[in-house]
Write a protein that binds this ligand. Structure first.
Ligand SMILES: *Cc1c(COP(=O)(O)O)cnc(C)c1O
Length: 409
């Protein structure tokens, strides 16, 4: 008899986006003449830029000629891409990360989800609330939790609430975690952590021999000077942190698929006898066993992001989204909402008025303004009473949607 991994039974059904889809469909079926503007899902809307596309095409052409054809590539990623990443994303800002520390993959969702495989089942995991749901769901899948309680929390996870009361930066937990997920700039709150705050976490991790799993998927949306784009801007972080980055939001690769994990040689974790082991070595062992590399044309396209033209183009796309964010912030503030995020991230996190529940606000915005956003409670219990608007949208739609939301009763 084939037995299932019963941890999967503990998972709440993929509830958020299917439920949004269901309610939107119900509305559009009943109101076929209404133009619904979707600002719910965190997916990019602008196409790949010309320089990236040219490199992508050139890579495809090479695959079609015997002299330049390539089969399996190096599982860790081609040298040309890992070197471009190390040089441009790190060394150019004075961060000592080498191509050897970089492991290319097909996505940060996979990397942040798979990383737990190389850590023991007895690790305690700390997760912010609200946050990107991948961290908690994969913690459940890996068997480190009990059931989900009525309050939406799984037993066995250390939850760290992030609300306007603490500026969306979690307090140091009272129970000691072994692995700590942090995501800045944050999805869904759009907020960032400064150097001092991250330094506090690096010190905590060092003192407790914990490891920080730092998701920097939105680093390129930072517009203010002095906000860290990498955890490795913090002294000592190389000994305690893994960083995840992706071309998805940065360069419009959500459908093209390319990302990378950074694991410095200094990063160690321990066996049950207390002996230190290289985390990079374990992750490479896993990666080379279970993954066969990102396709060559995609890696060529990703490397083109770091050329001078490529940088100029992707920066323009980011600026387009951030201008959307500015318009949204200003319109929503003018409409009397308390607004967070949207300055260094493409998400606007709005507090509903009068303590309205997230899903009630969702229905109101859908029914009265015909705009789709994301209920904050879908990202975790502490997101209740908040609502996320995504700046990944067409400018005309943004202006239109904000006008409609302004006129809500
Ligand atoms: C979009 C997103 C990612 C990127 O995932 P990919 O699999 O690389 O597309 C990672 N982390 C967060 C928080 C995200 O919102």
């Amino acid at each position: 008899m084939a037995l299932i991994n019963e941890n999967y039974l503990k998972l709440k059904a993929g509830y958020l986006f299917p439920e949004i889809g269901r309610r939107v469909k119900e509305f559009t079926d009943a109101n076929p003449d209404k133009k619904v503007i979707r600002m719910g899902i965190g997916d990019v809307t602008q196409p790949l830029t010309p320089t990236v596309l040219k490199a992508f095409h050139a890579g495809v052409e090479e695959m079609g000629k015997a002299e330049t054809f390539r089969g399996y590539g190096p599982e860790q990623g081609y040298d040309f891409l890992r070197e471009a990443i190390a040089k441009n994303a790190y060394q150019a800002s004075g961060i000592d990360i080498s191509a050897d520390d970089i492991i290319v993959s097909d996505g940060s969702k996979c990397d942040t989800g798979n990383i737990q495989e190389i850590f023991g089942a007895d690790n305690k995991i700390a997760i912010c609330d609200p946050v990107y749901p991948v961290y908690s769901d994969t913690t459940v899948m890996s068997g480190k939790t009990g059931e989900c309680a009525a309050n939406g929390y799984y037993s066995g996870i250390i939850y760290m609430p992030c609300t306007d009361a603490n500026g969306f930066i979690p307090e140091l937990p009272t129970e000691r975690p072994d692995l700590i997920f942090l995501c800045y700039p944050n999805n869904p709150t759009g907020t960032v952590a400064g150097k001092e705050e991250l330094a506090k976490w690096v010190k905590y991790a060092k003192d407790n021999k914990s490891i920080i799993l730092f998701d920097a998927a939105y680093e390129s949306f930072i517009t203010e000077a002095g906000i860290p784009r990498s955890i490795y801007e913090i002294e000592g972080a190389k000994e305690v942190a893994i960083e995840f980055r992706s071309f998805s939001k940065t360069a419009g690769f959500t459908g093209t698929r390319c990302a990378f994990t950074v694991i410095p040689e200094e990063l160690k974790a321990y066996d049950s006898e207390g002996n230190a082991h290289s985390v990079k070595k374990l992750w490479l062992r896993r990666h080379t066993t279970k993954f066969n590399g990102v396709s060559y044309p995609v890696q060529k396209a990703a490397a083109a992001v770091y050329t001078e033209e490529g940088q100029k183009e992707v920066n323009e796309v980011v600026a387009y989204y951030m201008e959307n964010a500015r318009i949204m912030r200003e319109s929503l503030s003018a409409a009397g909402y308390q607004v967070f995020g949207g300055v260094n991230a493409p998400y606007i996190w709005v507090k509903t008025k009068g303590g309205m529940k997230s899903w009630d606000f969702f229905d109101k915005v859908l029914n009265e303004a015909n705009v789709v956003g994301t209920p904050g409670s879908g990202f975790g219990p502490a997101g209740e009473g908040y609502f996320r608007f995504s700046a990944f949208a067409d400018r005309a739609n943004v202006v239109d949607a904000m006008e409609r939301v302004k006129n809500l009763s």
